[in-house]
Design a binder for this molecule. Sequence first.
Ligand code: SAH
Ligand code: SF4
Length: 362
Amino acid sequence: MRSLIRPAIQSLLLSDLEKELHPAYRAQQVADWLYRQRVPSFEAMTNLPQQLRTKLTEKFAFEQFEQVRVLGSKDTTQKFLWRLRDGNLVESVLIPASPALYGTRSDRRTICVSTQVGCAYGCKFCASGLEGWTRNLHASEIVQQLIAAESASGENIDNVVFMGMGEPLANFDNLMRAIAIINAPWGLGIGARHITISTSGLAPQIRQLAQNPLQVRLAVSLHGATDEVRERIMPVNRKYNVATLLDACDYYATRKKQRITFEYILINGMNDSDEQARELAKHCARVGAKVNLIPYNTVHGLEWSRPPRVRQERFHSILSDRHIDATLRREKGHDIDAACGQLRLQTVRSDRAAVADSISAS
Ligand code: SAH
Ligand code: SF4
């Protein structure tokens, strides 16, 4: 299903703006207003002739979010829920110090960004998949999450992870367009090495991404080291099994000369056995990958839980003993439901309950 809302000017690249605006230096002026000055409307672009401002207003929408909720506070993890122009809700999480894994310093601010409203992949443990997929986000809606979070928090973001709601590689074109804007010197100017795409394992798109010269980082959500285990928690494994996925990862790592990261949520009794750890170690050795172990965050309405700390550590040590670079995340924001999709789900469900209440009351 295509989104019915009009694309906004913030979905355009500088080269697109140059085609729209004459003389060409107007394009740089508009980019400056959007990404340096961060003005809220075309009207505020005061060095453009009035006629041009009117033309732009008629031709393009202007991306804007309404802040619905914010959880957490400065210096902690902050979670934002935004209402898009068509009423849909998405969330972004601002994390004070990013995991060392992504090669960043402790004074950096990382934002975890959503790429779709909902998610079609239905991983059994994940809040984002629970309500299904609604639509892809436009490039402008991906970029705006950074701008809105900086404005709401007063922080400067220098690291971006596509680990919010949705499957980034299933919205490939809009994702790449957004990354181009986030990375560009005329845009937000964040280095490609500070941008990480997380995927549930869409093998063909991983190969496609490998063709792109940008050195963005890749994280692959593995969560199971054999088909038997992975299939139980991630339906996508029936389409791209572990062997197919590893081939694509190997291709990416070789072609990009880059170490990828396997994300591995530890779920009690599901994927946390010694055998899974040993298999995982083999995969890492083959692809030259490192591992980010994430103790499962409880999702309201799902029965899964995280293994006891000793089990988490045992799993970690099996990897370390085999010289695999593995981090056991003491994740931030557990207290405010930082796992992706949870804030939106709560709000969508409580809105729905409120609507149901008001209907039954009337
Ligand atoms: N669709 C992409 C990106 C979004 S999910 C993907 O699946 O990779 C981003 C990360 O959050 C993934 O590694 C995902 O598995 C993890 N995640 C989802 N629900 C979680 C939960 N309840 N606890 C811990 N991590 C979770
Ligand atoms: Fe979608 Fe990723 Fe959640 Fe799976 S883990 S349902 S792919 S957002």
